[in-house]
Structures are given as structure tokens and as C-alpha cells.
Design a binder for this molecule. Structure first.
Ligand SMILES: [Zn+2]
Length: 179
């Protein structure tokens, strides 16, 4: 998400390509909650990707100690993850659908899009880092501008390395689904 607009007025999260700034200072990270995540973290998802990263990314979330449970399903009408070509700078885009209060609130399902224009020259590791990040939005985690590598939601995480939810991400998801 590039612009920190009012969440109520921001129906989608644009996860942009940002120039990474290395730092030797580590800050304590704490998750930021996003209100457009799923109402129910047990979700059926259609895989419409051209990349072969779907199952690894799903496993990365399903193996966390959280209520998250993603099942891959065929057909249409579910949440889905798709790749396509958009003439823009973002890697991934999360769109909540069927929100509780139409324009805001938790989502009944989601759409995640991966941009082949920006990912074409990247490795599957980078693509996985992007998809696991986008799935983080589905489980109520917001983009986090804090320090490098301590959250899959960090802008400046090392996408050639971090492809799994960290303990901070797990804490955030568990807090979002605590009740
Ligand atoms: Zn994001």
C-alpha cells in the first residue's frame, strides 16, 4: 500500500515496488491490523496463477499456529489468486470483496492479483514473498513500514529471502481472530 489513506476510503491495497534501504538498526516490530481481512480465516481459494508458487505459499500460512486454513478449490465464485499484466509498478494487489459494510469491514472473500509486468524477471522466491505478503492482508495484517525481515508485511523485507509469516505476523493474525 503506497498511500496511507483512510482505510474506509481505500478499497484495495497496492503493494508497490519500493527502493530498499538497508539499515543496521533493528527496530522492534509490531503488527498493524488491517480491517479488510477475512471475517473467517478458514477459506476456499481458487488458484489461477501462471506461477507454480501457490501451494508453497498456502502451506506457509497453513503451517502457522493460527486459525488460518486455506483450501485450494476448483470452480468460480470463491476467493481467488490470479496473475496478469498491469502497466503499473506494483507487485501484488489485495482486494477485499463482500465486505461487512459494503465499503469497509471484514471481507467475505478476496481477490489477489500478481503483476507479471513487475515479476517477470524475478525468482519464484520473490514471487512467493509477494504472495505470502498479500495473503497476510487476507488475514488482517496491514503493510508495515518497520524494520527489515522481521515481518512478511514489511515494505523493505528481503524478498529474495523471506517467504513465510514471522512470529510477529502470527501474533497479529491471532490477535485479529482472538474472539
Ligand atoms: Zn501490502
Amino acid at each position: 500500500m503506497k498511500h496511507r489513506l483512510s482505510k474506509i476510503m481505500t478499497p484495495i491495497l497496492l503493494c508497490v515496488v519500493l527502493t530498499s534501504t538497508f539499515t543496521t538498526v533493528a527496530f522492534a516490530v509490531r503488527y498493524i491490523t488491517y480491517d479488510g481481512g477475512l471475517l473467517d480465516p478458514v477459506v476456499e481459494v481458487e488458484n489461477r496463477l501462471d506461477y507454480r508458487i501457490f501451494h508453497d505459499c498456502v502451506d506457509a500460512w497453513n503451517s502457522t499456529d493460527t486459525p488460518v486454513e486455506i483450501t485450494s478449490v476448483p470452480g468460480s465464485g470463491h476467493s481467488y489468486i490470479i496473475s496478469g499484466q498491469w502497466d503499473d509498478t506494483w507487485y501484488g494487489l489485495y482486494t477485499p470483496r463482500s465486505r461487512q459494510y459494503v465499503l469497509w469491514g471484514r471481507a467475505g472473500k478476496f481477490k489477489i492479483e500478481l503483476n507479471r509486468n513487475t515479476l517477470v524477471s524475478e525468482s519464484d522466491t520473490v514471487r512467493s514473498s509477494v504472495l505470502v505478503h498479500e495473503l497476510g492482508h487476507a488475514f488482517c495484517l496491514d503493510d508495515n513500514p518497520s524494520s527489515r525481515n522481521s515481518s512478511i508485511m514489511n515494505y523493505d523485507r528481503d524478498r529474495d529471502y523471506l517467504t513465510w509469516p514471522t512470529s510477529d505476523d502470527v501474533a497479529g493474525v491471532n490477535a485479529a481472530y482472538a474472539d
